[in-house]
Design a protein around this ligand. Structure first.
Ligand SMILES: Nc1ncnc2c1ncn2[C@@H]1O[C@H](COP(=O)(O)OP(=O)(O)OP(=O)(O)O)[C@@H](O)[C@H]1O
Ligand SMILES: [Mg+2]
Length: 226
């Protein structure tokens, strides 16, 4: 697996509210080499989640372009964009969205099964990822039988099980205590190094952001190297 070369130019997004336009992203530029990792910080409401939605091809910008490996993502049709996302992007959110009636193993197997993978292939890959995140002894536990940090590690295993080239994590440790959060961040960085994928993590914590080789601050709709 390898990462993806990302070029973002003049990215803009605004919302219409009560008859007037609010610019959230306003000409944001970003270059990211394949395999790079970076943290995005910024005030609440500055547009961090909006940016992650655009980068994840879940929403379209009002203006500007996103190129993946030199290809303008706007040229992808809806079906192609869905396929690219499913194959290449792993999402991790603040709340883990694990299925409560499925074991850790079963939760991690789901993306492989949805992509048409055989049960034994799904099981082997899920077991490998759960072992990588240190949960080899917790595979048959239901989410309710896991700690918050363990649940988030299952979510990380699930996000990585398809071998994504780009991992997008939006405040992945927002619900965890500081010590557990450090563990989850270090795990994400370590997996990123091992797998060669790109990693973008949004966090409110300067302390957690400081673990990243590169930090961007979202200010007035644009990125500033921090
Ligand atoms: N669908 C929408 N319609 C109108 N306004 C929206 C919509 N989605 C987001 N916004 C507005 O865009 C701004 C940026 O939201 P966003 O969720 O990207 O911020 P954020 O930086 O992720 O904040 P936080 O740190 O609190 O998660 C907010 O002011 C929000 O109210
Ligand atoms: Mg947000």
């Amino acid at each position: 697996m390898k990462g993806v070369d990302i070029q973002i130019n003049g990215l803009s997004k605004s919302y219409e509210k009560a008859g007037h336009r609010v610019d959230i992203l306003d000409g944001a530029d970003l270059s990211m080499a394949a395999g790079e990792s970076l943290a995005v910080i910024g005030a609440s409401g500055s547009g961090k989640s909006t940016f992650m939605q655009l980068l994840g091809l879940l929403d379209a910008p009002g203006a500007g372009t996103i190129h993946f490996d030199g290809r303008d993502t706007a040229s992808l049709g809806a079906t192609e964009a869905d396929r690219w996302r499913n194959r290449n992007i792993g999402f991790i959110f603040q709340s883990h969205h694990l299925l409560s009636d499925h074991t850790a193993l079963s939760n991690v197997m789901i993306p492989v099964r949805l992509a048409g993978g055989k049960p034994e292939v799904a099981r082997t890959r899920a077991e490998r990822l759960l072992t990588a995140v240190g949960l080899q002894e917790r595979m048959e536990h239901l989410p309710a039988e896991l700690s918050g940090g363990e649940q988030q590690r299952v979510a990380i295993a699930r996000a990585l099980v398809m071998g994504p080239r780009l991992v997008l994590a939006d405040e992945p440790t927002g619900n965890l205590d500081p010590k557990t959060a450090v563990g989850v961040f270090d795990l994400l960085l370590e997996l990123n190094r091992q797998l060669g994928s790109n990693l973008i993590v949004v966090t409110h914590s300067m302390d957690l952001a400081s673990r990243f080789p590169r930090r961007l601050s979202l200010v007035s709709g644009r990125f500033v190297e921090a």
